[in-house]
Each structure stands twice: as C-alpha cells, then as structure tokens.
Design a protein around this ligand. Structure first.
Ligand SMILES: C[S@@+](CC[C@H](N)C(=O)[O-])C[C@H]1O[C@@H](n2cnc3c(N)ncnc32)[C@H](O)[C@@H]1O
Length: 422
C-alpha cells in the first residue's frame, strides 16, 4: 500500500478538494495511474513475480467512496476519477475479486453516482481508440511502465509502506478461450460438431452453449420488432420480406414463419444446423429461402443482385465479434427498406454488466454513423440465468450443463434500429 492508495480510501471525511491536489502531485511525479496495491506489496516484500491481479487506485476509490457521499464530496471524487482516467487509469482492469472498478460500484449499489458514468464513458473512448489503433496498425506507447521506486522513494514520501498482507491468489476468472477455440474462431466453429439438446444447441466436444431456450422471450421481442418494419404511413406493406441471420434452434424463425411473411430468408453457415433445417422441413416451406453459407458471402450476393430489400433484419450468430457486426452494418443499410427495422441478439459484453453498458452506448454511436437510430427496451432476464451453476439435481441455473455462462446481467437491452427521420 502507498500514500497514493491511502488517498483513494477516503479515511478523512468530508472528502476535501485537497485530495485532488495530492492526487495530481503523485501523478505528476510519475506514479502511474495504474499503480496497483499488488505492485506496492511486491515491492516492499522483494517479490519479483508479476502480480496476477490489478487493484488500481480507481478500484480503491470505487471500494471506499462513501455510501452517504454528499454533493460537494461527490464533485471531489469526480475530479479524482477524471484525473486518474486522464492519466491512463484502466477502466476495466480486474482486482483480486475479478472485479473492475465499475463492477465494484454495481455491487455496492452505487451505479447512480456520476463516477459510474465516467467509467462507462472511458470504456467507450478506449474502445473507439483501440479500433482506430488497430485500423491503422499503430503502435501503442505504454504509459503503464513500472514505478521507479528508487527515484520516487525519495521524492514522494512513503510511496510504499508495509501494511496488511495482500491476498495474491490467482484470479477467479476463467481463462478466455484460446483464439482458435470454436467460440472465438469461425473457421474452427464451422468444423465443430454440434449437438441439439432439449433446451440448448451446444458444441459437442466442449459443451459451449451456441443457443439456449431461456432466450425465447428475447427472440419474441426480436420477431415483434422485425414486423414493425412492415408498416409504412399506417399501411401494411404489400411485400413483407424478413431476413434472419443465424438459425440456431430455429426459435425466432418459427415465430417469424408463424406470421407468414411474403418471403422469409434464413442465412445459416453451419452444416449441422443446415441438416436440422432440412430434417425439419424448412426447405419445403413455400415462402422460405435458405441462404446456405456465411452471411459475409451470402449478403454480398444478395446486395449485388439489387432486387431484394427487407422490412426486418435480425442478426444472432455465434463465434463472431463486434468488428464482424460493424461489417454487417454495411449490408444492413444496403438491404433494409427505408422504413425497415434492424434488430439483433444483444449479448455484447453481457458477461459483465459494466461492459454491457459500454457496448450499449457504443452500438448506438456506431449505428448512428450509418444513419440508424437505435432504441433499447429494457426487460428482466430469467432469474435462472443469474444463478451460479452447482451441478446438483435441484439446481436452478441454466448453465449447469454448459461449459461457460455467457450472460450475467439482470436486464436485457433489446435493440431496435431504424433509419433516422422515418
Ligand atoms: C445463437 S444461434 C441463433 C439462434 C436463433 N436466433 C434462434 O432463435 O434459435 C447462432 C447461429 O448462427 C450461425 N452462424 C454463425 N456464424 C454465422 C455466419 N457467419 N453466417 C451465418 N450463420 C452463422 C450458427 O451456426 C448458429 O446456428
């Protein structure tokens, strides 16, 4: 623990403006905004190993910001957070409990504080910056180099103090999937055998959930949104064309087909899912057109043909990333009728609530760059998705036989995007 860390624990009340000056002093002296209590502990104990967790000053602020904070104190804390973020404090580093600063505020019921929005805004900026950096293949100059303890040991009094022992256990977080794992990599996913169960579609070997029936209500919302795009000036369109990308368990497609659109396009890439479509008679349905293959290829062909436009487009695939979705937006603007609706399964960042919020705002920004306004409806997800898996017979968790949960947010943000001014 160091003076910088102590400062972020608000031992003195009221939290006074002096704290901002002190923080500035430490940061200007060269202590990184990401200086962790783990690093401080290792330094005092002559431990050379890289710490596994990163409890930063921002984590401490979020842990110690008083529940009964008043307006004046809140302004001070906001200035501290702003300064830390300006100096490069990581908005999504995780501490020993696998929590980001935003996660801590949520757990403490302090999402209402302005510092929560500051963290979300920092996340959006970071994501946009990262995208630019990778777009131009730029090199990022790290500002998180190690503290020169020798130097600052003199200049900054008690930079490192020997305090309570730190828990340095390995993080609880399950390691991210390897880049070539089916959940991360399309090529590998498309070669992986799938298995249909009663309530889920899973990868055979790893039992990763590709689609699960707890999402049925979310699919209902998606289907309803698509058909909102069939009304023009109060009149129902004479030709109602709907496109769904990703068949999975066929939940949304069954709902769409019950509404009997003029043409119902289904784009699906996985051979086992295409077999399911064949076995279940989808190829025989008169109004159904099946686009076999990846949407990246199929929609290109459709767009080039120049004669098919949709009242509704729904997107819900697997093993794709947000950057893929950004590419999809190019096709959406080309294929959607002027009054059409675009919607998608919004699971972006949904395994961590603060990241889910960041993506919600990011997708809004990105769609607006395409002239689409995205509005969200909030609905609660089934409680069973929030239960930890226990593996016993009386388990209430939907994740029991699934390798890893991909959802941990209490509320679903259902997206509905339309062209602006329509
Ligand atoms: C989550 S499931 C879709 C579930 C569906 N919304 C439902 O209601 O059952 C994802 C589906 O997208 C398919 N998929 C993945 N990548 C694809 C791609 N690039 N093009 C077309 N389909 C893809 C998967 O094979 C899988 O069937």
């Amino acid at each position: 623990m160091s003076d910088l860390h102590d400062l972020c624990k608000f031992a003195q009340r009221p939290v006074a403006a002096k704290a901002v000056e002190e923080l500035q002093f430490y940061l200007k002296s060269g202590i990184p905004a990401t200086y962790t209590i783990e690093e401080a502990y290792n330094y005092t104990h002559n431990i050379e190993d890289e710490p596994l967790t990163t409890t930063t000053p921002l984590h401490l602020i979020c842990t110690h910001v008083p529940q009964d904070i008043d307006e004046a104190e809140s302004k001070v804390v906001e200035s501290m957070v702003e300064m830390l973020l300006e100096y490069g404090a990581g908005w999504c580093l995780t501490d020993v409990n696998n929590e980001t600063p935003g996660c801590i505020l949520i757990r403490r019921g302090l999402k209402r504080l302005p510092i929560y929005n500051q963290i979300v805004a920092a996340g959006i900026r970071a994501e946009l910056l990262l995208r630019k950096v990778s777009e131009y293949d730029m090199e990022v100059i790290s500002d998180t180099e190690e503290v020169d303890h020798e130097r600052f040991g003199d200049e900054v009094p008690q930079l490192v103090e020997d305090k309570e022992p730190l828990v340095t256990a390995a993080p609880k977080i399950e390691k991210d999937d390897a880049p070539d794992a089916p959940s991360q990599n399309q090529e590998s996913y498309l070669q992986t055998k799938l298995e249909y169960r009663d309530n889920a579609l899973v990868t055979k070997d790893r039992q990763d959930g590709v689609m699960m029936s707890w999402e049925t209500d979310l699919m209902r919302l998606g289907c309803d949104s698509l058909f909102k795009g069939s009304v023009v000036d109060g009149e129902v369109d004479s030709d109602i064309n709907v496109l769904n990308i990703g068949f999975g368990m066929g939940i949304i497609d069954t709902m769409i087909n019950e509404k009997n659109p003029t043409k119902h396009y289904i784009c699906e890439a996985h051979p086992d899912v295409l077999k399911k479509l064949r076995d279940d008679g989808w190829y025989e349905k008169p109004n159904v057109v099946i686009l076999e293959g990846r949407w990246q290829d199929q929609l290109d062909t459709l767009l080039s043909s120049g004669n098919t436009f949709f009242n509704g487009i729904y997107y819900d695939t697997y093993s794709e990333h947000y950057l893929d979705m950004l590419e999809l937006f190019d096709f959406v603007v080309g294929l959607l009728k002027p009054h059409g609706v675009f919607s998608f399964f919004n699971g972006l960042g949904a395994d961590r609530q603060v990241i889910y919020e960041v993506y919600k705002q990011l997708v809004e920004i990105d769609l607006s760059n395409y002239g689409l306004e995205c509005k969200f409806t909030e609905i609660e997800v089934p409680k069973s998705t929030l239960e930890e898996k226990v593996g016993s017979e009386d388990s209430k968790s939907v994740w029991d036989d699934i390798k890893r949960s991909y959802w941990s947010c209490p509320v679903y943000y259902h997206p509905e995007a339309r062209f602006i001014d329509v």
